[in-house]
Write a protein that binds this ligand. Sequence first.
Ligand code: HEC
Ligand code: HEC
Length: 218
Amino acid sequence: MMSLKYHQMNSGIIKTVILSLSMIVMAATPVANAGDGARGEKLAQTCLGCHGAPGLRNPGPVYNVPMIGGQHQDYIVAALQAYRSKQRGHGTMQAAAANLSDQDMADIGAYFQQMAGNTRPSRVDPEQAKAGQQESAICQSCHGPTGDGENTAYPKLAGQYENYLVQALKDYRSGERNNAIMAGFAAPLRIGQIEKLAAWFASQDGGLSAPQSNIFKK
Ligand code: HEC
Ligand code: HEC
């Protein structure tokens, strides 16, 4: 590629050729498993009983089953792997993930990722949300300003259920949910701050949805 680049300086035509060549090379380079959304849709039918039922609650502690429509595929895979290995606690989800292969997870992730986000996020106390926005500066580098971040390593938070966000932050803080990065960010938070942050991210649109119907972005 170095010698090609040299010629690029001399001719616009060669530049175009090189551009097309490098695009072909990029297209041929195997990316992290892109997943097959159509296969994922079939595998995910059993999941929709909970994740496709808006407002359905976990029996105890009580919080809404998280929305995963529109979530990053990479995060969905990481979460499912953590349940499968029992690194992340939750009996029902451990059972749901137990028999999924890495390919199944990639396909399921591709299916949920392509869903449109929430256009009607939860109603929250606007004062709380405003205060949460001020608290959220430290979170933005990873999750994005409204929790609808592009970096696929970090879960989207925008439009997620407020009570699930509270639960997740409490679980990181107590160590119930074990993640080195989030443990550090959650540890200093007081409950009031957790509630404000949850109100902020829950009230943002875009982001996540509970897929009642198959509305695709693409
Ligand atoms: C009986 C209801 C139920 C079923 C069925 C179910 N889930 Fe879940 N799922 C939950 C609950 C409750 C949580 C939150 C658990 C926790 O707090 O860790 C969750 C969490 C998740 C998460 C992590 C979300 C996040 O934001 O961290 C993913 C991903 C997920 N489920 C995918 C699936 C897939 C894929 C299936 C089907 C193979 C499935 N679930 C089946 C109830 C369910
Ligand atoms: C350095 C990057 C980084 C920063 C900064 C950060 N997070 Fe996170 N966050 C992560 C990662 C990585 C995860 C996924 C961890 C896991 O797998 O459990 C996560 C997960 C979460 C979750 C759980 C989402 C879900 O679907 O279960 C919440 C809620 C959350 N973060 C809120 C926050 C808040 C609020 C802040 C600011 C106080 C913050 N994060 C700052 C990286 C970050």
